[in-house]
Design a protein around this ligand. Structure first.
Ligand code: GLN
Length: 541
């Protein structure tokens, strides 16, 4: 059996759910017993997503091997229940970098190195490599951006060439948007017709069109799209808005998209088992009582930015855990800056069942966050601190319990008399030389858990592996002082004395982790720390 490729391209506009469609297709093909992997091709010149502002680009998703990638990679991991690597992610910058480095090494043997064919050639090499490394029957390749842009043309050209070489092994899915203008109240197909034709102008004919809209597609419009876009009505897939993204695989399965694609490939699935997924979606529907979680951070409201994109893995992890406990997750974003201007407002946190402080960088809102952490510590509110949320919890305890005046992280206060959070010598070099790209402590590291701790009880094993993305670390010189203040060091890197997990002794549930557990939560398998955090929150509720 030859390896097959499904290209997902977007039409009409961005943010219509191309990533979720790609991931959902992956979920349902995986459910048919096939080995599926997914590749994201990002049009940016940035070599990785690590140097992009999450408020503009969305979350930076970190893989086990320490690649800083696009948030869509998180959806692939969650929906396919798999772990991806740097081979599954590329940007325009990364592709060009390889070609230019190769040229510098004389690897093109004196040829003129040109955009075409050399750039699409490198893109194809990367796609085929991802398929091979992941031993995939089917590789889903999501091309970032929308058809009709300059930015993703070379990715489309690579896809066209792959289809030309292996017509039976490549399928194109156009994910498009059908607006229902409020003044007309009628679903319009014309933008999608244009998108399909724009795709044609790059030499690509869509095999399937997934029609995203507020409402389901009706028969007249299905037929119209089929005629104008040159496909059969069965190849036009209705994909209305769903209450939860986790329903999309079932929606596509019920429309038979998986079977239709396999038929195009001349393949047969090994049955279909979406039973666990269906049970999970039922659990989502059945969860009536809520669990209220406040996410306290430094938030801003600029342009199109949505918090949901910057913290998508954190949000999904809370949801997975809440549904596991048959609760409806109720998330509230709390801007820590409020507690700086109106310190008394911090008591509003009593209205929540749990408080979470996610990762972050820089000084904005820090005093407000520290005030919030103090409040949840003193009022026995369950707390989960992720990365910065762990570092600041240590600073808070140092200041207010260990009475170390002026304690801080050197990220914010380089001259603090009590540097609780410091920067490693190797990181000092990076900072001094402005080597910021891909130089944080990144990717999976093994961590040994201390028996008898909440962390150990949650994981139920002695050694875990979790993904990191930070430059700063806990300062071991303050271990004894903070231990005396009530802190328990419950996890340490197996190869060096680096603090990875802390928790409070006299508190219902207060845990801070230097890593990012949110990258490893799965819909059907919530992350142990989120699961136990929500358990404590439910208990409080
Ligand atoms: N700013 C902190 C550091 O670099 C925390 C990073 C994070 O939360 N991801 O160490």
């Amino acid at each position: 059996m030859k390896r097959k490729y499904i290209f997902i391209v977007g039409g009409v506009m961005s943010s219509v759910g191309k990533g979720v469609t790609a991931a959902s297709l992956g979920a349902l093909l995986t459910g048919k017993g096939l080995r599926v992997t997914a590749v994201k091709a990002d049009p940016y010149i940035n070599v990785d997503a690590g140097t992009m502002n999450p408020t503009e680009h969305g979350e930076v998703f970190v893989t086990n091997d320490g690649d800083e990638t696009d948030q869509d990679m998180g959806n692939y991991e969650r929906f396919l229940d798999t772990e991806l690597t740097a081979t599954n992610y590329m940007t325009t910058g990364r592709v060009y970098l390889t070609v230019i480095e190769r040229e510098r090494n004389l690897a093109y043997g004196g040829k003129c190195v040109e955009v075409v064919p050399h750039i699409p050639e490198e893109i194809i090499r990367r796609i085929e490599n991802a398929a091979r490394v992941n031993k995939a029957d089917i590789t889903i390749v999501e091309i970032g951006g929308t058809v009709g842009e300059y930015q993703n043309l070379l990715f489309l050209e690579a896809a066209r060439e792959m289809k030309l070489r292996h017509p039976a092994d490549v399928v194109f899915v156009l994910v498009s948007y059908l607006p229902i203008p409020a003044n007309i109240g009628e679903m319009k197909t014309k933008p999608t017709q244009y998108a399909s034709r724009t795709l044609n102008s790059t030499g690509i004919q869509a095999d399937f069109i997934v029609c995203r809209s507020e409402r389901p597609l009706d028969t007249p419009r299905r037929n119209k799209l089929a005629t104008f876009c040159g496909i059969t009505p069965e190849a036009v897939i209705s994909a209305p808005d769903m209450p939860s993204i986790y329903e999309v695989p079932l929606l596509l399965e019920d429309d038979g998209l998986g079977e239709k694609i396999l038929k195009k490939f001349g393949m047969r699935g090994r049955g279909s088992d979406m039973k666990p997924w269906r049970a999970f979606v039922k659990k989502i529907h059945d969860a009536k009582r809520s669990v209220k979680i406040a996410v306290v951070g430094k938030y801003f409201s600029t342009g199109d930015f949505t918090l949901a994109d910057s913290y998508i893995s954190v949000i999904e992890s809370v949801k997975h855990a809440a549904w596991h406990h048959d609760r409806r997750p109720e998330l509230t974003w709390v801007d820590a800056a409020v507690y700086e201007k109106q310190p008394a407002r911090v008591k509003d946190l009593l209205n929540y069942d749990g408080v979470l402080v996610p990762g972050g960088f820089g000084g904005r809102g820090i005093d407000g966050i520290i005030r919030a952490i103090r409040f949840v510590r003193e009022h026995n509110i369950p707390y989960l601190g992720l990365c910065y949320g762990m570092q600041l919890a240590c600073v808070e305890l140092a200041r207010n319990v260990a009475k170390l005046r002026g304690a801080h992280t050197v990220e914010i206060e380089p001259k603090t008399p009590h540097p609780i959070i410091i920067v490693n010598p190797y990181q000092q070099e990076n900072i001094a030389h402005h080597r910021y790209g891909g130089t944080m402590r990144l990717g999976a590291y093994p961590c040994r858990l201390t028996p008898g701790t909440r962390a150990h009880a949650a994981y139920g094993v002695d050694v875990i592996s979790e993904r990191h993305r930070h430059r700063y670390e806990f300062n071991n010189e303050y271990r004894a002082a903070l231990e005396k203040a009530g802190l328990v060091f419950s996890g340490e890197y197996t190869k060096k004395p680096l603090v990875e997990i802390v928790e409070l002794r006299n508190h219902p549930w207060f845990v801070g982790v230097q890593f990012h557990p949110e990258f490893k939560s799965r819909p059907l398998r919530p992350h142990p720390l989120f699961r136990e955090f929500i358990r404590a929150a439910v208990k409080r509720a």
